[in-house]
Design a protein around this ligand. Structure first.
Ligand SMILES: Nc1ncnc2c1ncn2[C@@H]1O[C@H](COP(=O)(O)OP(=O)(O)OP(=O)(O)O)[C@@H](O)[C@H]1O
Ligand SMILES: [Mg+2]
Length: 446
């Protein structure tokens, strides 16, 4: 990164300071020169520098005091230490205090400039990650649902208001969008929070057992029913039942469920006395239930019963600004000290996330485990989030020349326009690649 940087230079040797300042200014950076510790402290307290270049031995004290100030306050400034000949022990002390690196005088100017730019890149990353953390604190709800997307926040507010009532709630959203997390949040925010929350996956219950699971059975109701058993509706009494994947419920059971909801009572399997229930129903589906109703696969009357308040959780690709926020959230959970670099964040943000938040959670968790770098970069992300490589389809209606052009351009795209890498991948020399691109009219000025 070679944008204009703000550099603080603390150096009491005027000749040396001038050479360094000149080199940095030549590269477009702004240098603020101070010659004693007191002035340096004053500056770092009132300005945000990208990098502070600090000499250690100064007339009024030690440059280490400046480092202490910068790193204690967790300012987004990186520090680099300049040491004279006697400096190694204090350079080590400086590193311990959090300095990015140190240079022994005499320094090579080129080396110094590169180091300043590298340190600034780290400072930039730290700021970016700190910014995400600050946003996270503002946008993580008590239940742990993270979003900064206006329509999604509105949906959360609707749910929070509905939680206080006994209205049934129907949550619709693609897989991995957090429906279950929301179901639990509704329960916890409701006056029923002290009672049970009972999640039931309608798709996972075996059809033969579903009735006795939901409604319980009397002793001797069927072979194997040795004792009376309470069903999930009884367990959830005064609490909340979360009917996950409600769209998968068989039609015959839909009728049973509807009767329970209407009468607020049910019969145990093999039972003759009705049992009355007070449960709040929250259901979730990744299907379009209206379409299911139209197709005759879901009872319309039950749909209206469940759909007291409806909420749609948008897929991640419709709220891409949430992606960096969620990535930061999951990385904090996995290992708090690590950072995500800008390229990795960009790559994550441009991916479509068919598995939504669950998939993102897995990708970040995996990167945190497998990568040993303090900063997670694009190479730590799995292939599926990288842009598609050339599809291995052989078109049969192209001429050989057209085919060659398509292929070369796809490989070029895969390497993001990098000519050297593309030539290498194609096994030709860069000059040949250049000539071909020029002949096709895609070679630019570079
Ligand atoms: N906005 C969010 N903030 C934080 N974590 C989230 C968010 N959305 C989802 N998650 C997390 O993602 C994972 C998947 O969420 P959840 O199981 O609630 O999805 P779902 O919509 O029920 O998916 P499915 O339809 O596949 O059952 C969970 O670990 C959940 O905690
Ligand atoms: Mg779920």
């Amino acid at each position: 990164m070679t944008e204009h940087l703000k550099v603080l230079l603390l150096e009491d040797d005027p000749d040396f300071a001038e050479v360094v300042a000149e080199e940095l200014c030549r590269c477009g950076h702004a240098v603020d020169l101070v010659t004693n510790v007191a002035d340096a402290l004053d500056r770092v307290r009132s300005f945000v520098f990208d990098v502070a270049l600090v000499d250690l031995q100064l007339p009024d004290g030690s440059g280490l005091d400046v480092l202490r100030e910068v790193h204690q306050e967790e300012l987004a400034t990186e520090t680099l230490v300049l040491t004279g000949n006697a400096g190694v022990p204090s350079a080590l002390e400086a590193m311990r205090l959090g300095a990015y690196d140190y240079l022994s005088k005499p320094v090579r100017l080129e080396e110094l400039r590169v180091l300043v730019e590298k340190a600034a890149e780290k400072a930039h990353l730290r700021r970016e990650n700190a910014g995400l953390r600050a946003r996270l604190q503002r946008h993580e709800s008590r239940s742990g649902f993270v979003t900064d997307d206006p329509p999604t926040r509105q949906m959360l507010e609707t749910l929070a208001r509905a939680a206080a009532s006994t209205m049934p709630i129907l949550i619709h959203g693609e897989t991995g969008t957090g429906k279950e997390l929301l179901g639990r949040a509704i329960h916890e925010q409701s006056p029923r929070a002290a009672f049970s929350y009972v999640p039931i996956n309608c798709a996972a219950l075996p059809e033969s057992l579903i009735e006795s699971e939901l409604f319980g059975h009397e002793r001797g109701a069927f072979t194997g029913a040795i004792d009376r058993k309470a069903g999930l509706f009884e367990v959830a009494s005064r609490g909340t039942i979360f009917l996950d994947e409600i769209g998968e419920l068989p039609l015959q059971l839909q009728a049973r469920l509807l009767r329970v909801l209407e009468a607020q009572e049910f019969f145990r399997v093999g039972g003759t006395r009705p049992v009355s229930v007070d449960v709040r129903i929250v259901s979730a589906t990744n299907r379009d239930l209206r379409a299911e109703v139209e197709a005759g696969r879901f009872r319309q009357d039950l749909f209206y019963r469940l759909n007291g308040v409806s909420a749609r959780v948008p897929p991640l690709r419709e709220r891409r600004a949430d992606i960096p926020l969620l990535a930061r959230h999951f990385l904090d959970r996995a290992s708090r000290g690590r950072m995500l670099d800008g390229d990795a964040l960009r790559l994550l943000t441009s991916y479509d996330w068919p598995g939504n938040v669950r998939e993102l959670e897995m990708v970040i968790g995996r990167a945190a485990i497998l990568s040993t770098n303090p900063t997670i970069g694009t190479s730590d992300l799995p292939v599926e989030v990288h842009p598609r490589a050339a599809p291995r389809v052989l078109a049969t209606d192209l001429t050989l020349a057209q085919m060659e052009r398509e292929y070369v351009l796809t490989v070029l795209e895969k390497h993001r326009g990098h000519r050297g890498q593309t030539a290498q991948a194609l096994g030709i020399d860069p000059k040949t690649l250049y000539n071909k691109l020029q002949a096709w009219g895609t070679a630019d000025e570079s």
